[in-house]
Write a protein that binds this ligand. Sequence first.
Ligand code: SAH
Ligand code: SF4
Ligand code: F3S
Length: 466
Amino acid sequence: MPVSVSIPEPVNIPEPVSIPERKKTFYMESYGCAMNFADSEIVASILQEEGLVATRSYEDADLVLVNTCSIREKAEQTVRQRLSLFRLAKKKRPGMLIGVLGCMAERLKERLLEEEKLVDIVVGPDAYRSLPGLIEEAETGQKAVNVLLSREETYADISPVRLDGNGVTAFVSIMRGCNNMCSFCVVPFTRGRERSRDAASIVRECSDLFRSGYREVTLLGQNVDSYYWMDEKADKAVNFANLLEQVALIDPMLRVRFSTSHPKDITDEVLYTIARHENICKYIHLPVQSGSSRILQLMNRTYTREWYLARVARIMDILPGCGLSADVIAGFCSETEEEHLETLSLMEIARYDMSYMFFYSERPGTLAARRYPDDVPEDVKKRRLEEIVRLQNRLSRESNQRDLGKTFRVLIEGDSKKSAADWMGRSSQNKVMVFPKDGSAAKKGDYVWVRAEECTTATLIGRIVG
Ligand code: SAH
Ligand code: SF4
Ligand code: F3S
């Protein structure tokens, strides 16, 4: 009997596929100073090394990180508000981990875990190398904390991942911490002792940036003038003026900026170095805080009104036309009306192009919080701040008006905020300039000569002339 054999129809059996493991994602927000943003780029680099991928939406991230600032109470409130939003997202996706980094983590330590119940990880500014371990720990359901401060950590060997950049300008950290103990300031407590980063690693990072198309670096530290590195190989010490020069010599097309200078430490050597190199920007951010010598002493700033004004005169002497800006605090402990007026009169004399202005916010644990009552009423602080802001607006407008008709070399950073038909860039003096593209061949990262024709308080509006 014939046996019927059924021959199966050929079917396409798919090749066995390996389902790629979904990469873990992280989302990060940063608050506070430029140094904190630079730190976020270090953190991103550490996480990417671990195979995590950055995402722009916190809702579907596996890890949500907030790099925080403690400088004023309001800065901390902003972070708390963000945390409550992340808490809601975590309720929807319980696997999500939330980490607090930076100065608030350092200031509040474990307390942050009690106060913000859904926070899983707390990491201080010197402990970012331990993040991968802390994440693993948190994944097992434990709370993970490392807020140890270090005397050596500078993350010198980690090359930062540039986040949200324009590809033209970048921040480069040259030192960490602060030894100054200004009585109002929380930074020495949150960032620890001052330490400088290896000069060779700074120059290398800046050269790499230049090679990948960047045209401006801003060297960052709380007090850049006290930068000091012993170059053992050359048996030579490198101070800030030497470092500036080394970075300036990378290429004349690489602009160099720096922040922040302390009035007690900025040397003539630094000013002469700036004068010698066309590519070191003629702009100095020189926080004054107050125009009253008595208040400056209470603030432990270690200079007087006269000393500060003598430094400004020296800057203008060695660097004519140099851009100048400041930080100003209104209503510090026991500040009288006359002392406030001294701040206003100092601002008039210094003729700042721009200022960052704040009213005093008492920070727990600082010298001022322990020694002096925060006794200027809130409404008085706010009124004094308004007067300072109003004066600065006038000074900025006048400074811009003095620039009308002058021509500046501008580095193009990208499209202007308002219109893709205009470029936005900065002059050496750090003035924002906006000008029509006008079909010129110039592109992002190019230098162009721009003549200032009109202005607002914050911007010079001009035209390309070469
Ligand atoms: N290292 C820089 C400034 C760092 S903090 C320097 O020494 O100048 C940035 C600015 O925040 C300070 O210059 C100061 O103006 C302001 N600031 C710091 N602590 C403050 C406080 N407790 N209240 C109000 N403003 C403060
Ligand atoms: Fe704070 Fe003073 Fe150090 Fe600046 S120099 S970070 S204001 S302590
Ligand atoms: Fe804020 Fe810390 Fe910078 S307190 S200003 S983020 S050093």
